[in-house]
Design a protein around this ligand. Structure first.
Ligand code: SF4
Length: 340
């Protein structure tokens, strides 16, 4: 680890005054400290925001909730209001990391965690996200954990967060405090950048912006909410594929089908066209399989991650079947022969 300065911020003004392109905010530090030990990230100064008042609360905000940026993942997952009204978020949180990490990881830090593409962490390998312009070692390499949607020729890294997928399906907004003291809000779609030609630029935040909260809108009730994660181990593993769903059915028709996906894309993924083709329709396995095909129509696969296409289609069909009261498809016929 390279030497760095440390500043414990007393309030948001103090924190803002110390933030620039050479510094990093530290809260839980569950990802940042690993990256610093590996010299993947080498900030000249850490600005510790843990002692700033008011960032560790979950409070009503209109008909929704305001989740402070310092609320630990475990507290958020266990909050009675989250469990009752936003169960998809609670389940997504509990599907992530380990109990110890969830106790330490914060809401804001979870949103800004970096990809787990193995080449990003290996400084001897080329990586456009770590060292712009050096190339992408994942292409032609091991890509089991990499993305198939929202990728570019310069980077195929997947976003690692489960929590962000749960927030994305709920239409959460991120509250950001600017250096001038003003506040603004961004949807997660507005927060996260696609890799394009600059995969090192992952968000639309400025270096002196501070995420202060996440705002959840009013709960969707009644609804069936689900988070299903497919991974290599039963716990402490990142998603190969995950599906978050908020579904309403009235009079035998699907009236709402909010869907978000993890493990397959460069950011928590939503596809309005997939949701639109479900709304107004009678639930059926054929419909759900058609939605899955549409979801991956523009996917770009590598030899090591092509399995994600049938996997996400099957997972989506299973989630939608469960949410609409149908029997889950078993082997079916749509994917036969696609898994090597
Ligand atoms: Fe780096 Fe992205 Fe390529 Fe991984 S996929 S090696 S993070 S440029």
């Amino acid at each position: 680890m390279r030497p760095f300065d440390y500043h414990r911020a007393t309030d948001l003004d103090d924190a803002s005054g110390h933030l620039n392109a050479s510094t990093q905010i530290i809260a839980g530090g569950t990802n940042l400290l690993d990256l610093m030990k590996l010299q993947v990230m080498t900030p000249q100064q850490l600005v510790d925001i843990n002692r700033i008042d008011g960032l560790d609360r979950i409070e009503p905000e209109g008909e929704g909730l305001r989740i402070g940026a310092l609320v630990p993942n475990s507290d958020l997952a266990g909050d009675e209001r989250i469990r009752r009204n936003y169960p998809v978020l609670s389940r997504a949180l509990l599907a992530g990391a380990s109990g110890q990490l969830r106790n330490k990881a914060t809401t804001g830090g979870n949103l800004l965690q970096r990809t787990r593409c193995p080449y990003f962490y290996e400084t001897a390998m080329p990586c456009n996200k770590r060292d712009p312009g050096t190339g992408c070692a994942a292409r032609g390499g091991a890509t089991r954990m990499n993305a198939v949607l929202g990728v570019s020729e310069h980077c195929i890294a997947a976003h690692p967060s489960d929590m962000a997928v749960g927030m994305r399906v709920l239409g959460a907004e991120v509250e950001i405090r600017r250096a001038d003291g003003s506040h603004t809000r961004k949807t997660l779609d507005e927060l996260y950048s696609l890799p394009g030609e600059r995969p090192d630029i992952e968000t639309t935040l400025s270096p002196d912006d501070i995420i202060t909260a996440v705002i959840l809108p009013a709960p969707v009730a009644p609804s069936v909410q689900s988070y299903r994660k497919v991974r290599d181990r039963a716990s402490y593993a990142f998603a190969l594929v995950s599906v978050a769903a908020v579904v309403q059915v009235e009079g035998g028709k699907i009236t709402r089908a909010d869907l978000a996906f993890g493990g397959i894309a460069s950011r928590p993924w939503r596809d309005p066209a997939v949701e639109a083709m479900l709304v107004g329709e009678t639930p059926s396995i054929d419909l759900f399989r058609a939605a899955g095909k549409r979801l991956v129509a523009a996917a770009e696969t590598q030899p090591g991650n092509a399995f994600k296409l049938p996997m996400v289609r099957r997972t989506l069909a299973g989630v939608l079947a469960e949410a609409t009261g149908l029997s889950e498809p078993t082997t079916g016929t749509d994917n036969v022969g696609e898994i090597a």
